[in-house]
Design a protein around this ligand. Structure first.
Ligand SMILES: *Cc1c(COP(=O)(O)O)cnc(C)c1O
Length: 380
């Protein structure tokens, strides 16, 4: 008999397990909470989890609307999500019109030039094309500025030749439930809707990202656009996270060094073991997205024992103080929890002085990826 081929999971330096069942459960929770329809934001490769896998699973959960940032992301996503709508947040870049229609992508129109170009494309094709119109209510980033809304509203034919599906805006601080800026943005959005709806009476409205869903039904409108909450990041500023965790990262112990005399650990000699200690070296580094800010700052777990990162994070390695762990539990070949139930994405983000979004989107290409998917398309 030929031996079964190795899965690689037994020798990989780090194993990233992505729980698509948890992503699906998070989607169902968000959809159930929303007054209207619920899209899924899968930009930046599904916040690092794999846009095609996430998209395919959520399409099977009944998600009909997906958002990505870039047209290339939309092209890559198309085969995974069947006939679902794919919207491109970064808008219509010059010359991309044909690629949009070829791949069935719909632009979020962010400025008057894009409106004009998309209308011209519709005229060229002989039919008004679908789009979302983005109105800026406080980000000063993408979308129509207030004076551009006024100019547009002054022309009764300003949105003619487009099939406008939604007016959209984006929250600045949706995660701070008590922040007044949420109400201010909602009021500005309402004012813009009042001006623009006569130009496109069939268009609906979309405001809420993940956090906006938790601001209450007043913020839901017709389509919510959650991203981070799908992937388990806490969308609220409450202590209790309503979402399920979706990623577990286990790092392999490559070597364990016993230190007797005082000795420094790692680049720059930033950590000094003063007395007898055991240092485990694990095959995860900043090239994998284990942020260098976690030097002498991060935490891992062996079983239920906390083991601190000591010394600098290297490109391919971190060093952990495992002095308090029984030798049998911290051996070369063993695994340590780098992210998981004890080290949540939000906790790792807090230690790294960043946000869960950055921890997730930094998850590196060298990790061996294992997907949990109780509803796979191909039974694999
Ligand atoms: C990224 C993004 C979202 C999703 O935001 P989350 O905070 O991850 O839920 C929604 N809308 C727009 C315009 C975005 O850029």
């Amino acid at each position: 008999m030929t031996p079964a081929p190795s899965s690689g999971a037994d020798y990989a330096c780090a194993i990233l397990t992505i729980d698509l069942d948890a992503v699906a459960a998070n989607y169902r929770l968000l959809r159930g909470a929303a007054a209207g329809a619920c899209a899924a934001v899968v930009k930046a490769d599904g916040y690092g989890l794999g846009a095609a896998r996430v998209g395919a699973r959520l399409a099977r959960e009944g998600c009909r609307q997906f958002f990505v940032a870039q047209i290339e992301e939309g092209i890559a996503l198309r085969p995974a999500v069947g006939a679902a709508e794919i919207f491109i947040l970064n808008g219509l870049t010059a010359g991309a019109e044909t690629a949009f229609t070829e791949h069935g992508l719909k632009p979020v129109l962010n400025d008057p030039g894009q409106i004009a170009a998309w209308r011209a494309h519709g005229e060229h094709l002989g039919a008004p094309q679908d789009a979302i119109l983005h109105v800026d209510t406080g980000m000063s980033r993408l979308g129509l500025a207030p004076e551009e809304v006024e100019t547009l509203a002054a022309d009764p034919d300003g949105l003619k030749g487009l099939n406008l599906l939604y007016f959209m805006t984006h929250l600045v601080s949706g995660e701070s439930l008590k922040n007044r800026i949420n109400q201010d943005q909602k009021a500005r959005f309402e004012a813009a809707l009042a001006r623009l709806e006569p130009l496109a009476p069939a268009a609906r409205a979309s405001l809420a990202n993940s956090s906006g869903v938790f601001l209450g039904p007043d913020y839901h409108y017709d389509l919510t656009r959650p991203g981070c909450a799908l992937y388990g990041v806490n969308p609220t500023d409450r202590a209790e996270n309503p979402m399920r965790h979706t990623v577990t990262l286990m790092g392999r112990i490559l070597q364990v060094r016993s230190i007797d005399a005082p000795q420094t650990v790692g680049y720059g000699a930033t950590h000094r073991a003063g007395g007898p200690a055991r240092i485990a070296t694990v095959g995860v580094g900043y090239a994998d997205g284990y942020l260098r800010h976690l030097s002498s700052n991060g935490t891992c777990y062996i079983g239920s024992t906390k083991v601190p990162v000591v010394g600098r994070v290297s490109m391919d390695l971190i060093t952990l103080d495992v002095t308090g762990v029984p030798e049998a539990d911290a051996r070369p070949g063993g695994l340590v929890e780098v992210l998981g139930p004890n080290v949540t994405v939000d906790a790792a983000a807090a230690a790294a002085d960043t946000i869960g979004y950055e921890i997730l989107t930094s998850l590196g290409p060298r990790y061996r990826r294992v997907y949990i998917d109780a509803d796979p398309e191909t039974g694999g």
